[in-house]
Ligand binder design. Structure first.
Ligand SMILES: O=P(O)(O)OC[C@H]1O[C@H](O)[C@H](O)[C@@H](O)[C@@H]1O
Length: 545
């Protein structure tokens, strides 16, 4: 057994789990529950009252957080300690949104100054593109930006740009290419004019196969349409921590925006990786996004655990994963602009906390990161909510909704809100057999049929959810919301004593993929591989089944 599961508090939580009454009962005996179990910070309200928790639960969970030195670990992250121990790196995405006068030293350099310089460089670039000063090789204004990147160098900019659609301020449009599947770039390039298209190649390492291949294809397309090699500088810029490699690739050194190894890919939208966002919403709004995230950083770093939003959310997720065997967590956004957020949180959390070894290499004997999934309300209500309500798996849910819509047409928003709140209520209270039977009292069914149908209409309830509200979706509230989930991920990783900032699990597939590529392209024999891989390779070479 690991130290964590041996802790008296851990064991007390295990005992305590079975003593909790149904949430219906908790609500009926605690009229103050919403007041006691909701907090406001950074433009967000978190209602966590619809959780399987009493005062004792909370007190045990906070004790666990304290005993696992969560507060010390939070301080260590903000101070730039080398908390990513397997890569010997600091973890400082928070420095990307720190105020300009803050000093955070890494290896003797004040990184906040470097961050500010890069933001200024981004600002100049955004200005020159949005004013139309930056011209393409035939003197035309740039109208389209194609962002090429994958993983953390793709999803953040894409989802945030989508979420902040009401803030797009200029004439630019932005397209995203990530997958190495040639269809992705081919379809994106259709209809684009090389004279008015600019490519932003985003790769922290500048070594990612998909991004290099897509950029080469983009460059070939560009050159094949009449542009010359000398014109590339006006149409290709890069964001990378590997400036040398980017220059070698042919990107003009003046057009490379730096990032740093103390920013993890999935935490990097706040850096120059966010350039596509800034191009669409303007630099002032981009700075608002950073300010919102910074506000959440301050809240996380300085608020006692008991009132700390990311801590509370992290602890509840751990509560269900470790003590109720919940294997997944659903994020339900009741806002069409936020429809991509579940995928973003999926990348953030699953790449961070999908680990099985503790920091010192011991195997864990408890669940770590859950499967994060989700979608847009109300669509999901007509699909997978059935399982949330009556399935055998326990799936804790987060409901996210702005109180005011950017598109207040007719009755839409009030209907959206009624669905959102109605769902959390149904999950919590459920429907008993007696209630279901009573609902059928006026039907023409005979008693036997009524009893059968009533049985199928029973909903156990007691299904946990958090509700997160904001006045309106703005760059600032979105910044706070994303930072909230970043820190929630940190809280869980810290208690589980895992490294939330490396991703060794993605390496083997890449390595073997490269080996397979050799076998597919160089006709290298594959018979020494397992029979399945060997046959699949042969079928691909053959080109038909
Ligand atoms: O930005 P890059 O170096 O191109 O990396 C792109 C992505 O690929 C890697 O395999 C990781 O799984 C991601 O964390 C990373 O964001």
């Amino acid at each position: 057994m690991t130290e964590l599961t041996q802790k008296a508090t851990w064991q007390a939580l295990e005992q305590h789990r079975n003593t909790l009454p149904h949430m219906r009962e908790l609500f009926s005996t605690e009229p103050q529950r919403f007041n006691d179990m909701s907090i406001q910070a950074c433009g967000l309200l978190l209602d966590y009252s619809k959780n399987r928790a009493s005062k004792e639960t909370l007190s045990l969970l906070f004790s666990l957080a304290k005993e696992t030195q969560l507060e010390t670990k939070i301080k260590a992250m903000f101070a730039g300690d080398i908390i990513n121990n397997t890569e010997q790196r600091a973890v400082l995405h928070t420095a990307l949104r720190a105020p300009a006068d803050k000093v955070i030293n890494v290896d003797g350099n004040n990184i906040v100054a470097e961050v500010q310089q890069t933001l200024a460089k981004m600002g100049e670039f955004v200005d020159s593109l949005t004013t139309g000063d930056w011209k393409g090789y035939t003197g035309k204004t740039i109208t389209d930006v194609v962002s090429i990147g994958i993983g953390g160098s793709f999803l953040g900019p894409k989802i945030v740009s989508q979420a902040l659609r009401p803030y797009w301020s200029g004439h630019l449009n932005c397209h995203f290419v990530a997958n190495v599947d040639g269809t992705s770039i081919t379809e994106k390039l259709k209809g684009l004019d090389p004279q008015t298209t600019l490519f932003v190649m985003s790769s922290k390492s500048f070594g990612t196969q998909e991004t290099l291949t897509n950029t080469l294809t983009a460059k070939e397309w560009f050159l094949s349409q009449g542009a010359s090699q000398a014109d590339v500088a006006k149409h290709f810029v890069a964001v990378s921590s590997n400036v040398a490699k980017a220059t070698e690739f042919g990107i003009d050194a003046n057009n490379i925006f730096p990032m740093w190894d103390w920013v993890g890919g999935r935490y990097s939208l706040w850096s120059a990786i966010g350039l596509p966002i800034a191009l669409l919403i303007g630099m002032d709004n981009f700075r608002e996004l950073l300010a919102g995230a910074h506000e959440m950083d301050e809240h996380f770093a300085n608020t006692p655990l008991e009132n700390n939003m990311p801590v509370i959310m992290g602890l509840f997720s751990l509560w269900y994963g470790n003590f109720f065997n919940a294997q997944s967590h659903v994020v339900l956004t009741y806002d069409h602009y936020l429809r991509g957020l579940p995928a973003y949180f999926q990348q953030l959390d699953m790449e961070s906390n999908g680990k099985s070894a503790t920091l010192n290499g011991t195997d864990v004997d408890y669940s770590t990161g859950p499967i994060i999934w989700g979608g847009e309300g109300t669509n999901g209500q007509h699909a997978y909510h059935q399982l949330l309500h009556q399935g055998t798996a326990l799936v804790p849910a987060d409901f996210i909704m702005p109180l005011n819509s950017h598109n207040p047409v007719g009755e839409h928003h009030v209907q959206l809100a009624s669905n959102c709140f109605g769902q959390t209520q149904a999950l919590m209270q459920g429907r008993t057999y007696e209630e279901a039977l009573a609902e059928l009292s006026n039907s023409s069914l005979d008693d036997e049929q009524k009893q059968l149908i009533a049985k199928h209409k029973v909903m156990p309830g007691n299904k946990p959810s958090n509700t997160i509200l904001m006045d309106k979706l703005t760059p600032s509230t979105l910044g706070s919301l994303i930072a909230l989930y970043e820190h929630r991920t940190f809280v869980q990783g810290a208690i589980w004593q895992i490294n939330s900032f490396d991703q060794w699990g993605v390496e083997l597939g890449k390595q073997l993929g490269n080996d397979v590529l050799d076998r597919l392209t160089a006709d290298k024999d594959a018979s020494e591989l397992d029979a399945s891989s060997n046959n699949l390779i042969n079928l691909f070479r053959q080109g038909n089944i």
